[in-house]
Design a protein around this ligand. Structure first.
Ligand SMILES: Cc1ncc(C[n+]2csc(CCOP(=O)(O)OP(=O)(O)O)c2C)c(N)n1
Ligand code: SF4
Ligand SMILES: [Mg+2]
Length: 244
């Protein structure tokens, strides 16, 4: 029998711990493919988050470190400055990057740190039980917004990519989605571009935001979650290149 599709070498052969339809697995595969296509496996160091992707190091066959929630851009800063020849990336959820670590990402971008950030926006704190995140949409029901998020009580969804794009130290910011084959192909191109910039020694921080399904805490079937990204999430988080 002829093999027509196989696992890219950087993606380890381990059983998934993600829920059916979760976007983290897609994001991991894209990262692994990009690392292999750029042939940078031996010189890449990743930072795993403390959300549902806490076990990212089980999936990706590159050196990885685990850091406290939100602190990844600070640790990445130290890693890149002491190892300028390495390719450093952080992988962070919206609770991680847009709530707990808002200060870290803003200052790392403002300083123009030469790191690549993969920002998984699934509009909830997934790992801890589906609580509201800064990126939760207005009206969205979560464990902590039982009547739906209200602007009066909980504020508006935070557009972190737009916020970072105004900083001179941010070189490249793009928002993509994991909501279908064409979108996934675009996301891979964006991730590859972000890594390529660091590989080429371009100054500044690059960030790719991925709108990513969490069917479990959106209380949807996987296909509905993909559709919800297209019809609802992209209204507030428009796709495309914001900078660079
Ligand atoms: C400093 C700190 N505060 C809180 C927690 C608890 N905690 C672990 S995962 C998580 C939420 C994760 O949400 P997100 O980053 O969006 O990742 P997701 O699970 O949605 O992919 C929280 C609050 C922690 N580990 N460290
Ligand atoms: S809770 Fe959501 S983010 Fe976490 S593994 Fe399940 S689908 Fe993915
Ligand atoms: Mg999240």
């Amino acid at each position: 029998m002829q093999t027509v599709f196989k696992r890219t070498p950087t993606l380890k052969d381990c059983p998934t711990h993600y829920c059916p339809g979760c976007g983290h697995g897609i994001a991991h595969r894209l990262l692994a493919e990009v690392i292999d296509e750029l042939d940078i496996r031996g010189r890449t160091i990743g930072i795993a988050p403390v959300g549902c992707a806490v076990l990212a190091y089980n999936y990706l066959d590159v050196d990885m470190v685990e850091v406290a929630h939100g602190r990844a851009p600070a640790v990445a800063t130290g890693m890149k400055r002491t190892n300028p020849g390495r390719i450093i990336f952080s992988y962070q959820g919206d609770g991680d990057l847009a709530a707990i670590g808002t200060g870290e990402i803003i200052h790392a971008a403002h300083r123009g740190e030469q790191i690549t950030v993969i920002f998984i926006n699934n509009a909830v704190f997934g790992m801890t039980g589906g609580q509201m995140a800064p990126t939760t949409l207005l009206g969205q029901v979560t464990a902590t917004t039982q009547k739906g998020r209200s602007a009066t009580d909980q504020g508006y969804p935070l557009q972190i990519s737009e916020l970072l794009a105004v900083l001179p130290g941010a070189t490249y910011i793009e928002r993509c989605a994991l909501s279908g084959p064409a979108r996934v192909r675009d996301a891979k191109k964006a991730i590859k571009h972000a890594f390529q910039l660091q590989l080429d020694g371009a100054e500044g921080l690059s960030l790719v935001e991925l709108l990513s399904p969490c069917p479990t805490y959106w209380r949807m079937k996987p296909a509905e979650a993909m559709q919800w990204i297209e019809t609802e999430m992209t209204k507030h988080f428009p796709l495309g290149r914001l900078k660079g």
